[in-house]
Ligand binder design. Structure first.
Ligand code: GLU
Length: 319
């Protein structure tokens, strides 16, 4: 097993950094509910950024967590994107059909010694954290790091070995964001107790295999980015460029999300909604375009796209 330092990885395969490759972006919604205004914002922001760079834009439905999936949500999301004229390149990719690639990524990490089976339960983790005087901590204390490989027969849970070296994410909008993964969240889960591959690994494998150069998404995912960056490093994948957009919050400050039952964005008047989305993205569409066909609005927005107006902004009130 590795020692958890990046020095171990020197000399591993590295590709040139993202900006030298042609732009390829993506929108990767989980079908846990319909497209709501907040996810429309992420979709439009990533679409505009890709198209303004004359790049490609892919649509990947992240349907690898059946317990959280809402029947019909994937179709609803696809229909809504189409109604808003946010058209994608190629076929829609369903992440659930890519499990072979995810499992291969997991196996590679196990073979390299950067992943290990874990027998802990939530209860035993809480007890271990109490013992080390961190009673409120839910991060993983590394208990199973030195289990023999035969332990894999007793569990499906696999964790990534993390590092004590700070991982810094450079973002096009947000301040540099640094995490010491070994402290928080600790060695994180790659394969869950139910045998499902965790989001962190699936997203890294798919972004790489789909040749994604630019990840544009909501700032709520910034916190996951150091984990994803770490997996990219371990697997020898190039670093994409990141741009984390503000998220829409409700008047009480809570993030608009499918989990809190956000309503589906109405597609009956897509021009007015798209105009509002552009305003929320810090753009200043002319008043006379309010209600115009989305293609007309996007044409205007592509000619004027300036995401830097959103620099440092994390929250935007629901219009
Ligand atoms: N599937 C994730 C979500 O809907 C987003 C993945 C990503 O953009 O990296 O929250």
């Amino acid at each position: 097993m590795g020692t958890g330092t990046t020095a171990d990885l020197q000399g591993g395969p590295r590709e040139p950094p993202a900006p030298t490759r042609p732009y390829r972006g993506r929108f990767a919604p989980s079908p846990t509910g319909p497209l709501h205004f907040g996810s429309l914002l992420a979709a439009a922001g990533s679409w505009l950024d890709a198209r303004a760079a004359r790049g490609e834009w892919l649509l990947r439905i992240e349907d690898i967590d059946p317990p959280r999936e809402v029947p019909g949500a994937a179709e609803d999301i696809i229909r809504a994107l189409d109604a808003f004229g946010l058209w994608w390149d190629g076929d829609v990719v369903f992440q659930s059909r890519r499990s072979e690639a995810h499992v291969a990524g997991l196996q590679r990490l196990l073979d390299l010694g950067w992943a290990y089976p874990c027998l802990c339960t939530r209860k035993s983790i809480a007890a271990a954290n109490r013992r080390r005087d961190r009673p409120d901590d839910t991060s993983y204390p590394g208990t199973c790091r030195s289990l023999p490989p035969s332990a894999a027969k007793r569990t499906r849970v696999v964790r990534a070995l993390t590092t004590s070296e700070p991982i810094e994410i450079k973002d096009r909008l947000q301040d540099g964001f640094t995490q010491v993964l070994e402290m928080d969240p600790g060695d994180f889960v790659l394969r869950r107790r139910d045998g499902l591959i965790a989001y962190q690994l699936a997203v890294v494998v798919d972004d790489y295999e789909q040749g994604v150069t630019d990840v544009v998404r909501g700032v709520d995912l910034l916190d996951s980015t150091p984990r994803q960056r770490w997996l990219q490093t371990l697997l020898g994948y190039p670093e994409p460029r990141y741009m984390h957009l503000p998220v829409i919050v409700q008047p009480d400050g809570a993030k608009l999300s499918k989990q809190t039952g956000a309503r589906a964005v109405a597609t009956s008047d897509p021009g007015t909604t798209a105009w509002q989305a552009l305003k929320c993205l810090g753009q200043e569409p002319p008043a006379e375009l309010r209600g115009a066909a989305p293609v007309e609005l996007w044409d205007w927005a592509l000619a004027h796209w300036s995401p830097q107006h959103l620099a440092g902004i994390r929250n935007i009130q629901m219009p």
